[in-house]
Write a protein that binds this ligand. Structure first.
Ligand SMILES: Nc1nc2c(c(=O)[nH]1)N[C@H]1C(S)=C(S)[C@@H](COP(=O)(O)O)O[C@H]1N2
Ligand SMILES: [Mo]
Length: 260
């Protein structure tokens, strides 16, 4: 996944997937590559963004499915067991002492337990997860709307982006530069389907899928949906964070806006 051809393939598939044609339902399946011809266009990404905007306004809801549509085996991807001593300890204790740190450009920084997140208003949704690698799965997610949390802590006027800091590293780099992270703008942050999910398919979120907390951003590709969230930071710019492009994979060449 880290070598160049694989990255090129993922980028190509991101374009194809972003066109959102011929989508499959029912179980984990490969995304259609009917949009292969877009890879021939130099400016495919711009084209993709324009068509995406035209077809699906960003304030629209992503499609929701029925219980019967759930994928029998939802695929786990990327990190499936964070190699981090603190995380391992927290997981062993059932995340009883785990706290979600919410800081940055907020009026009232917070540290929230899982119980506190569960006590907040919740939203449940059955949606399709599309990975840039070309597969899709349908899962049921329950969590606290990010909008609710942001209203509780109060965003400062300068805040423009929400950054998710994760427990796992995909690369051993100095100063935690290899740790997974992601970011979204306020439009996605306040979207009603953007939730901090603690349950999956009516069970506490299992470790392979991001326990204790992962975000769902239903109108973007899977890599935006940070798992193992430890900290949520409101920022004016992500230029100063790690590689400066707003996410682990973005720092390695992916598009920051991964609209489906
Ligand atoms: N912290 C963290 N979040 C992550 C990843 C990861 O490796 N680490 N992988 C991303 C990718 S590429 C995908 S497709 C989804 C996979 O989520 P799943 O394991 O629930 O299928 O998580 C995303 N979020
Ligand atoms: Mo992915």
């Amino acid at each position: 996944m880290k070598d160049k051809p694989a990255l090129a393939r993922r980028r190509f598939l991101a374009r194809a997937a972003a066109v959102g044609s011929a989508l499959l339902v029912g179980s984990c399946e490969r995304l259609s590559q009917t949009a292969w011809w877009l890879g021939l266009l130099d400016d495919a990404e711009t084209l993709t963004r324009l068509s995406q905007r035209a077809l699906l306004p960003r304030h629209g809801l992503a499609r929701e499915y029925r219980q019967a549509d759930l994928s029998p085996d939802f695929r786990a991807n990327g990190t499936t067991s964070p190699d981090d001593a603190d995380y391992y300890k927290a997981a062993k204790a059932g995340f009883a002492d785990w706290r979600l740190v919410v800081d940055g450009l907020v009026e009232r920084p917070a540290k929230l337990s899982l119980a506190e997140l569960r006590a907040m208003p919740s939203r449940t949704q059955i949606t399709r997860h599309d990975c840039v690698e070309g597969w899709s799965c349908i899962g049921k997610w329950k969590g606290a709307p990010l909008a609710e949390l942001l209203r509780q802590v109060g965003l400062k006027p300068q805040a423009k982006y929400i950054v998710f800091h994760c427990a796992d590293s995909l690369d051993e780099l100095p100063d935690n530069a290899g740790q997974y992270y992601e970011s979204i703008d306020l439009e996605d942050a306040f979207h009603p389907q953007t939730i901090l999910a603690y349950d999956m398919n009516d069970q506490p979120l299992p470790v392979p899928y991001g326990a204790p907390l992962r975000v769902r951003i239903e109108r973007q590709l899977g890599y935006k949906m940070a798992k193992y969230i430890m900290r949520i930071e409101a920022v004016e710019s992500f230029a100063g964070i790690k590689g400066g492009r707003g996410g682990y994979w973005e720092d390695r060449g992916y598009e920051w806006y991964a609209g489906i």
